[in-house]
Design a protein around this ligand. Sequence first.
Ligand code: ADP
Ligand code: MG
Length: 388
Amino acid sequence: MTDFSDVFDTEMVGRWAAPGRVNLIGEHTDYNDGFVFPMAIDRTTTITVGRRDDRLLRVASTFEDGLHEMSLDALDPEAMSGWSAYVFGIAWALGQKLPEVLGLPSAASALSGAMGLDIFVESSVPVGAGLSSSAALECAAAVCFAELWSLDVTRQFLASVGQLAENDAVGAPTGIMDQSASLLGQADSAVFLDCRSLDAEVIGLGFGVASLELLVIDTHVEHAHATGGYVERRASCEKGAALMGVPSLRDLDVDDLPRASSILDDVTFRRVRHILTENQRVLDTVRTLRTNGPGAIGPLLDASHVSMRDDFEISVPELDLAVATSQDAGAIGARMTGGGFGGAAIALVPTALRDAVSAAVLDAFAAADYREPTIFAVHAADGAHRVD
Ligand code: ADP
Ligand code: MG
C-alpha cells in the first residue's frame, strides 16, 4: 500500500506530520524526575486523514497490508494490539485525560462529539533506531485529533496523552521525553525539559552557523536483555534514593556524592553517580550553549558517554567503538544515545569532517567484524504540525 487512496474512499481532509527525536544529553534521568535535552529531527511520520460520517477510526500503514479499525465508542486498551495501538491509544488516552482538563463528567463525554477518521501512515523515522518512531506516530495522531475534534488543549497536554497511550495502550513503561520533543521541538533548537515540573524551554543550538553537524550512528545492535536492564537500572535508582532518604534522585545533586559514597554499596553508588552527574551535564550543556556556543559542548557529550559506559554500565562494545572512532576522526563530542544495550550513538562533527568521520566508523566496524552501521546526519526541526 502506498497511499491513502489505495486503501480508503473517503475524501482526504488534511495531512499532519510529527518528527522523531534524538536525545542530545540527559540519559535515564527522565524517570528520576531529572533533566533531558532532546531535539526533534528532520525525520517525520506523516498521516493522511479522511473524515468519516460514523464513529469508526480506521488505520493503515505502508508497514503492512490491511487495515485496523476500532469504534470511538469501544476504545479499550485490552482490545488494542500491534502498531495500531499507538493511534487508537491516543484516542483512548484523550478520553481518559480530557474530562479533567475540560471539566467533563466522563471519558465517554469527552469524545461524544468526535467523528470517525480514516488514517494512512507513512514515515521516514527508522523503527527501533532510538529515534522514537513511536512518539512520531503518537504525536501526529494527537495534533490531528486535537484539531479535527476541536479540542482546546496545549502541546504539553498532548505530550502527556502520548505518554499515557504508550504506557497503558501499548504497554511500554516510558517517560514523557519523546512526546515532548516531537511536539515542542523547533528548527535549530533542542527542548530543555524538567521531567519533574514538566517545564520546557526551547534552546537554540546554532549547529549550522557553527558549521557543525550531528551524525547518528545506528549500530543495529539489539540486546535481548535491554528491557531487563532498564527495569534493573530503574530499581537501582529507586534503591539509591530510598537509602539516601529522598523521594527521587532529583532531590540530590553532585554535592551529595561524598555522602552517597559512604552510604551506598559500590554498584548503587555508581548508578546514582551517573544520574547526579548527568543532570549536572544537562544544566551545563544548556549554560554552555548560551555562553560559549555549540563548539564548546563536546566534552560534556564525551563525559556523558563515559558515565553511561562505566557507572551506569549500559553501553556495548559497538557503541564504545562508534564513539571512540568518531572522537579520533575529529568529532568534537560523541556519546551513545537512548536507553542503551544497543541502538545508536551520536557524534557532533565539523561539517568538513562529516564524511571522514563516517568513513572511519565504517572502517572500524568492518575491522572489528561488526555489522555495518547506518550513519546519517540529522538536523533539529519543528515539532508536530499540519502539512496541508
Ligand atoms: P522506536 O525507538 O522507533 O520508538 P518503538 O519500539 O518504541 O521503537 O516503536 C516502534 C513501533 O512503533 C513499531 O514497532 C510500530 O508498532 C510503531 N510504528 C512506528 N512507525 C510506524 C509506522 N510508520 N507505521 C506503523 N507503525 C509504526
Ligand atoms: Mg519508542
